[in-house]
Ligand binder design. Sequence first.
Ligand code: BES
Ligand code: ZN
Length: 751
Amino acid sequence: MRSSLNHPPLLRRLTIAGGLAATLAFGTVSAAGGVQAQASSGADLPAGAAVATSAPLKDYDREIVDQFDSANSVGHIRHLAVDIGPRLNGTPQEREGAEYIGGVLESYGFEVTLQSWGPVSTKQVAKVTSPDADLPGGPNWQMYASASGKFTGNAGVEGQVVYAKTGQSAADFPADTAGKVVLMDYSTTASIRNTAVANAVSRGAIAVVLAYATGNSAPPSFTLTTSQPEIPVIGGGSAHHTWIRELLDKGPLTLRIATNQYANPMGTNVIGIRHAVGDPTGTTAPIVMVGAHIDSVLGAPGAHDDASGNGVSLEVARVLSQYPLDKELRIGGFGGEEGGLLGARAYVNTLTAAEKARFVGEWQMDMVGTPYEPARLWALTPNGQSNFVVQEAYDAAARVGFDGLRNCRLGQSDHQAFYDVGIPSSLFIWLDYRPPTPPAVCGPTGGTYVTEPQYHRPTDTMDNISPERLQITLDVVGGAVAHNALNAVTVSAASDAGQPLAGAPVRADCGNGPRDLGTTGADGRLEAVLPHVTCDFTTTVEGRVATERGVSIAGDRAVKMTVDFTKPTISLTTPADGAVFTLGAAATASYRCDDNLSGVASCAGTVPDGGPLDTSAVGFHEFTVKAADNAGNAADRKATYQVVYPWHAYFPETMEGKAGSAVPIKFGLGGDRGAGVIASGYPVSRPVACDTGKPTGPAEPTSGPGNSKLGYEDGQYNYVWKTERDWSKTCRQFELKLDDGSSHFTTITLK
Ligand code: BES
Ligand code: ZN
């Protein structure tokens, strides 16, 4: 932690924060959901999220909100309100609060600065503890230390307590008052007070506590007309009165009373900054700020007002610190809020114009979870208008299904200081706020409110904390802060023809498994938030997958996904459809597949491209190429080729003969191919017109027992065709069709 003195007019004294280790020795923060806090460097992802499971990961909004655990907030609130206790502006307890918050933020990797500002008005406080009793609302009570009494310093005085009613008559004082701490009823009448204290002093009291006997009062500030410089004289609230009397009813009670006057002390702010990944010096990145006030009013432990705000801020800081971010995150703990927004005003005065311009907004958490039933969660702005910060909280509420958030008008907390310098801000508060026009319409002047009975009282203790309502605040306000701390990514899905695709489910794998980002709307768009990561985006529409790989998310950006609905194309060169190859000829398959967009995933023919075409068997062969692109579009292309014998005709195209004679048709097939080379049903002959050669009748088979026959001798086939006698004076065409699919002809003119 470093202390800053960067606003000279305001800052007169510099106190170096000491004892950080001691500050950090308090309760450890349990990590929710098994995710351990880790230093945030580079683009590392949360260790806990690195386990790939069958179910896709949630979107980042939900993943983060699911890690918020109000039990951690309660731990911080307890430390501030119980272990430290009341944190009046300008007292060491305000600074202790700042150091605690700073220590926690440092453990989350934040760069922490303690700002001293002031001076502020002199504070007179009594710290009241007990060595033998568990003080309700304790162990650190705070009362008012009258300047008419003694300032003991931290050592204080210790003694048993007696109760002396109004202290106006001898009968009010127990016999053993000497050497005791005397509790008496506080009177608003100065002369009555004066008498009471003088009576106690004359009976040997070592300290006097004047506390309100009835009602619900904070400790009074007062002076005496007759000062009593030998003993501390302090003022307690009505709760102190009640608690002391209840303890006395049970038996002896010892109190230690230490009174101090802090003359024109300095106030303290704590500012934690976590720089954006791409802007380690903090000069350009948008700033997302969460604020709460450290200080409490005199006498109040300030559990709800406003340790609760810091408890929520710190839990938001813990979870977000696990993600590499491109937004600068600032957590502010402001002192002196109760004195008139002093710390927040000092802080905004340190901001340069350029810095202010970087602010996305300030989410002020003040009183963020009382169990007081009539309280509701409000987003209150100085002008009653909604703004970006309010709207983002409404959106976050909608994401978690909380519909209880309302917006109206109020200043009275640190958001006012940000508003006044033009930074969008809002106060988030659980309050019984009453808009002027019920049920909940906020008019231009806003409404009225009723605070919980513990507000600004010694009873603002852990009993005034609701873990359930803190959790709602975490989910809603923390959810809004997280959403804005991440990068805004617009994913659009369109077909390759340029049509927006609605309802497209988008997934992103950012290194730890697929994650559902939701589905595109009617405009084909989806708004997602992502940390500083590199992701593969995928969407599937009608079975077509579009993937954008290695998309680096380093700031707000758009990601366009084009879904390929176009089939791959196939060009088939060899075999061409209808190609004829000689039996056994060497031929090479040649084809290729192309895809316009997603690329070719597979391209496979009957034999591989460049491989030998099968010409080992005569006849017709089908050659197929199947292609698929990476989107899932499939195409195929077929070609039929023919493998034929090496043919040699040893007969002419036309010949003459005598009807009834046997005509030898000799041919070669490049060797002996066996007896089955003629296609079944062949040869045939048909009558043709002698002049034109056109068929004049049906083909008739020539083969058959005792008719024609096929022989093979000396490398030649010989088919003996028996012509018929009654074909005399006609022309006939002879067709020899082979089992390779080829047909061979000769036309004979018969005498
Ligand atoms: N936490 C309160 C804010 C508040 C506002 C509580 C309205 C209840 C209702 C804050 O700490 C506070 O007490 N503010 C002061 C005003 C401030 C400018 C001194 C107040 O409301 O009196
Ligand atoms: Zn307050």
